[in-house]
Design a protein around this ligand. Structure first.
Ligand SMILES: [Zn+2]
Length: 142
């Protein structure tokens, strides 16, 4: 895992993204910019792919990469890890699914987890606090 990551400059991105077993890169696009999933950190994506493998059930990505404009639109914090390609929100509808995803994320080294009523935010932004789990008020995004 690189400590610093500049979106859009990873030469091996195409090769790496094709290695993902469970996801298409479009699933991580910012909705306002097709192809912007290339701003996702490939190593982070690999970990999300492994979490999916450990869970054994499909994961729907609510939000992956976010352009600054889209991040603002959905009320994300200005320095949101989504804009750095280091976060994703996963749809979660049940407590057993939530448990499984959290268990898999922790086992794979995820140290920042946000819990919403219908989603989980996972991120690997090392510029922010590590070993934290926080809550989102009902009805808000992550
Ligand atoms: Zn999020």
């Amino acid at each position: 895992m690189r400590e610093y990551w500049s979106p859009f400059d990873f030469e091996g991105y195409e090769t790496m993204i094709n290695d993902l077993k469970y996801f298409k890169h479009e699933e991580f696009d910012s909705p306002d910019l097709p192809g912007s999933a290339s701003g996702m950190n490939p190593e982070f994506l690999k970990i999300i792919d492994q979490i999916r493998g450990k869970c054994g059930f499909p994961l729907h990505i609510n939000s992956g990469f976010r352009t600054k404009a889209h991040n603002e639109k959905v009320g994300g914090k200005p320095e949101s890890a989504h804009t750095l390609g280091l976060a994703c929100d996963i749809l979660v509808l049940g407590s057993r699914e939530r448990f499984k995803i959290i268990e898999a994320a922790l086992s794979l080294g995820i140290k920042r987890i946000g819990i919403g009523t219908t989603f989980l935010h996972l991120d690997m932004d090392f510029s922010k606090d590590q070993e934290v789990v926080w809550l989102y008020p009902a009805g808000t995004g992550g």
